[in-house]
Design a protein around this ligand. Sequence first.
Ligand SMILES: Nc1ncnc2c1ncn2[C@@H]1O[C@H](COP(=O)(O)OP(=O)(O)OP(=O)(O)O)[C@@H](O)[C@H]1O
Length: 316
Amino acid sequence: MTSATATAAPLVHIEDFRMDFGDQTVIQDLSFDVHEGETFGLLGSNGSGKTTTIRALLGIYRPTAGTLHIGGKVFSDSYGSRLGYLPEERGLYKKEAVLDVMVYFGRLKGLSTQAARDFSLAYLERVDLADKAKARVDKLSGGQQQKIQLGVTIMNDPQLLILDEPTKGFDPVNRRLLMDIIEDSKRAGATVVMVTHQMEEVERLCDRIVLLKDGRAEAYGSIDEVQNQYGGRTIRLRYSGAVPPSDLYDVLLQETNYAELALHDGVDEAEVLKELVAAGVTVRGFIAAKRSLEDIFIQVYGDQNQAPTPVNAGGR
Ligand SMILES: Nc1ncnc2c1ncn2[C@@H]1O[C@H](COP(=O)(O)OP(=O)(O)OP(=O)(O)O)[C@@H](O)[C@H]1O
């Protein structure tokens, strides 16, 4: 947890959450906090329990055990318009016109007809759907309908946005547009909890993350903290010769002329270079980099039968 956010009471507080479906335990001992104003990523492989956690937080599922609070309480309708929730299963009134549907939801969220209309027209313009304002929702493509649903979710400037895979199925241009829109909500002060499988979205938007595996938090913290836990600093090496085993690093990847090395704590890149050269390696390229979240994700979930090995974990 970052020190800047550690003092204030968290907006979302989940402690010792457990969820069973029949005799299947999907989540156990899950604890994390989301602080006001931060963007928090809920990550994990398919079926790891992300949507279940959100549903339990919002009272759609009753948790088997544990505390799930928003603003210090179990979620209730009284939190009302301060929440914007984009569920995994999308749903709009398909036979109505786009603008009418948006205005209807705006009214439900407490906006005046005029304010809902003004927001909707500006939003449709921004997401390149101005010409669809009068079209029936079911005449729009899946991605276009998703844009409408995100617009409905953010239209009343909610304090807490919970977005379950907000950019699922979008092409790269539209994904970037949707990320810009989410970033605007974040800049306006919203706290955002998002489920996503897109690591570039996480790196761009999220302040902190939790990584679910086998119903538990495999990693939790800021992106930097998680990167450090799984070998924060790496060397991308182009070489000829043979990369020797060393106390300075772990070899993450080794191909004929390319290797990736995870540096042990406190090791200086120059020491590694010196050792490689002394061992007779011809170094053709040497780039110090942070380990990408995508790499970490693959390490954690790539082989579900093999326990991940955080680089900092003991004995080096
Ligand atoms: N209502 C339910 N009844 C029984 N099992 C359920 C129910 N809802 C979810 N599950 C099970 O709980 C597990 C976690 O599902 P969940 O939808 O939370 O995963 P997820 O992490 O959101 O996955 P994805 O990334 O694929 O969307 C799955 O094994 C799923 O089959």
